[in-house]
Design a protein around this ligand. Structure first.
Ligand SMILES: Cc1cc2nc3c(=O)[nH]c(=O)nc-3n(C[C@H](O)[C@H](O)[C@H](O)COP(=O)(O)OP(=O)(O)OC[C@H]3O[C@@H](n4cnc5c(N)ncnc54)[C@H](O)[C@@H]3O)c2cc1C
Length: 587
């Protein structure tokens, strides 16, 4: 029943994010749009036919751990091998490394497709892609020579090892350590928790990127280095050598994404795991941030992906299930899809998913243009846009994924709460995306404290101008089918502008006001920009009545939250006065 939403993805890349225009302007050499469309179409077919059928059985079976060995659910290894054979690990890798050499935004589009088919499956490539990005940017030529090609082909997979029991959001508390060795390598020691695909049977080697401290490192995040620690050491001729001193002590039992192993990893029980420095000593976080930024956008797209799947599922059910007579219906029992309140739910799901997809695509294309735009000014502005939008893309989209999956359960009524319909799995799977890759609370803090102040607020002002201009374009269309869209989008832009002034002004103080404003500010940002994305889609020459109906619904039913959110922002920290009195633990 599930189909990868290829048409919607292509439409959004073209008409919302402007990828086709960038291609036609020559930003990507001789690449043409038809190639992009063909690749994404093929990804959709592969995901629909090969990966999506594994989603439910993979959830039910889950990954198994036995004495350090992790076995994937039935069918996963074969699907992964087919995925590798199809060249899907190398969408962005250059052709001389065996890749397709396509823009990152195309790979992000594919990432949505894999995640919609099965989040549990797609997490493995998602982490590998991040590891690959960090190695390409920071690894020595020798490390690149040994590892990059085989990660880019998918023959080996990658992981990201930040979290420790006492160090989650706060990496200052990190304790894993590394010791220099006479041959230039390092020995790595420590315990990491929650490591996605830290151990598995999909590929022959696993390349762990591990954050650890050197003995003489300064305290805090300025004393963290990044190490490449392979599961199997690699011989000079490229063949696999002895097993490294790293093992998976256990995997977690968790709410969702059962097919993906979440591992406790132990490094250095037997004299130290051999590791190689990536980048400079004590500068590991800079390299890890390369990995995290790409991963953050991919996680945002998990929210879009699971939201789209939950929507498709709910829509199908709403057409099948009959209850009660809808207004003006001829029969006593109407499909629930005809009841206005169910229509409201379904439109809330669909419009928010497409709005979130638009924000993610804007971010992805900005990442590409930060490298490929014609002028330095355009590249710099694109880099700022990518930086500004990454926390919004991650947090707003994953909050939406979660809300949409929950609405999907609601559309199913009692059957939604019963596992066999599948709606519950989407809710269980989507929940993690708001937590990992930096919780959504941490994303909101990043947005207000680091991103809004970029270039003295110029980057965020450009975004507000974009939203306002889109509202004006809707008004200029003068088409009654848009209803109050232009007015509501304009009000959302005003609300964001007012809230931005407040955030910028409050950063000068002790920061408490800005921190208290962070979450409603991010929510407001998503609503204002998401509305503009839907409007751009509806203004395109190819737009049909459905696109117009969707932006109108979003603008008239969901955008009115924007002025209220601005008020929540400007209420600052005063509303938290008395928090201590109100939140006293019961003795
Ligand atoms: C299934 C799964 C897969 C994962 N995969 C990986 C992986 O592959 N690699 C990896 O390294 N990690 C991974 N993680 C770990 C994940 O990134 C962390 O769980 C996450 O960063 C949050 O850290 P924490 O769990 O310690 O929560 P905490 O940091 O303890 O946070 C608890 C709560 O406090 C809030 N909070 C914390 N600090 C602040 C602050 N300064 N200001 C305001 N609020 C704050 C948080 O937003 C959160 O709501 C995974 C986790 C899970 C569950």
């Amino acid at each position: 029943m599930y189909r990868s939403p290829v048409d919607d993805i292509l439409y959004s890349l073209r008409h919302v994010a402007g990828l086709e225009d960038a291609i036609n302007a020559g930003a990507f050499g001789d690449l043409d749009w038809d190639t992009v469309a063909a690749v994404i179409g093929e990804a959709g077919r592969f995901a629909t036919d090969v990966i999506a059928p594994l989603n439910w059985p993979g959830d039910q079976e889950g990954a198994h751990w036995d004495d350090g060995v992790v076995t994937s659910p039935k069918g996963f290894r074969d699907a992964y091998q087919q995925w590798v054979a199809g060249g899907w690990a190398g969408v962005t890798a250059s052709p001389d490394q065996g890749g397709m050499g396509l823009p990152h935004s195309v790979n992000f589009a594919c990432s949505e497709i894999w995640n919609g088919a099965s989040m549990g499956f797609a997490l493995c490539p998602l982490l590998s892609e991040g590891a690959l990005g960090a190695l390409k940017a920071y690894a020595s030529p020798e490390l690149k020579e040994t590892y990059v090609r085989r990660l880019a082909s998918g023959e080996w997979t990658g992981t990201m090892n930040l979290t420790e029991p006492q160090a989650g959001s706060d990496l200052n508390a990190l304790r894993s350590r590394a010791e220099r060795q006479p041959d230039g390598s390092y020995k790595v020691f420590g315990q990491k928790i929650f490591i996605t695909y830290g151990e598995h049977d999909l590929a022959d080697n696993i390349i762990h990127l591990v954050l650890a401290r050197l003995p003489d490192a300064p305290a805090g995040t300025r004393g963290i280095s990044l190490f490449l620690v392979p599961k199997f050491l690699v011989n000079k001729d490229g063949s696999l050598g002895q097993r490294n001193d790293v093992r998976c002590a256990s995997i977690e039992h968790k709410l969702g994404i059962h097919a993906s192993p979440t591992c406790v990893m132990i490094y250095g029980d037997n004299g130290g795991a051999t590791g190689y420095l990536v980048g400079e000593e004590n500068r590991g976080l800079a390299a890890m941030f390369v990995m995290m930024n790409s991963a953050r956008l991919s996680v945002g797209l998990q929210g879009v992906a699971i939201g789209d799947r939950a929507f498709q599922h709910a829509l199908h059910y709403a057409h099948e299930r009959k209850q009660g007579r809808a207004p003006n219906a001829p029969e006593a029992m109407s499909p629930i899809a005809e009841h206005p309140n169910v229509q409201r739910k379904l439109l809330t799901m669909k419009s928010q998913v497409q709005a979130a997809r638009g924000i993610c695509h804007l971010t992805g294309v900005a990442i590409d243009l930060s490298r490929h735009a014609a002028s330095k000014e355009a590249r710099d502005q694109a880099a700022e846009r990518a930086a500004l939008l990454t926390p919004v893309a991650k947090a707003w989209s994953t909050d939406i994924g979660d809300e949409v999956a929950s609405l999907g359960v609601q559309v199913h009524g009692g059957m939604g709460y019963i596992e066999e319909t599948g709606a519950a799995q989407f809710l269980r799977d989507s929940r993690i995306a708001a937590i990992y890759e930096g919780t959504n609370g941490i994303q909101a803090i990043d947005l207000v404290t680091r991103k809004v102040p970029l270039s003295g607020g110029a980057a965020v002002r450009r975004e507000i101008a974009f939203i306002r201009k889109t509202a004006e374009d809707v008004a200029a269309r003068n088409d009654p089918a848009f209803g109050a869209t232009a007015k509501r989008l304009g009000q959302a832009a005003d609300a964001l502008s007012e809230a931005t002034d407040y955030v910028l002004a409050s950063l000068g103080g002790d920061g408490r006001d800005a921190l208290a404003a962070a979450a409603p500010y991010l929510r407001l940002f998503g609503i204002a920009l998401g509305g503009a994305c839907l409007a751009k889609a509806a203004l395109a020459p190819e737009a049909d009545a459905g696109r117009v109906a969707l932006v109108r619904f979003f603008a008239e039913k969901l955008s009115p939250a924007a002025p209220g959110l601005a008020e929540a922002v400007t209420a600052g920290a005063a509303a938290l006065e008395g928090a201590e009195a109100a939140l006293q633990e019961i003795a």
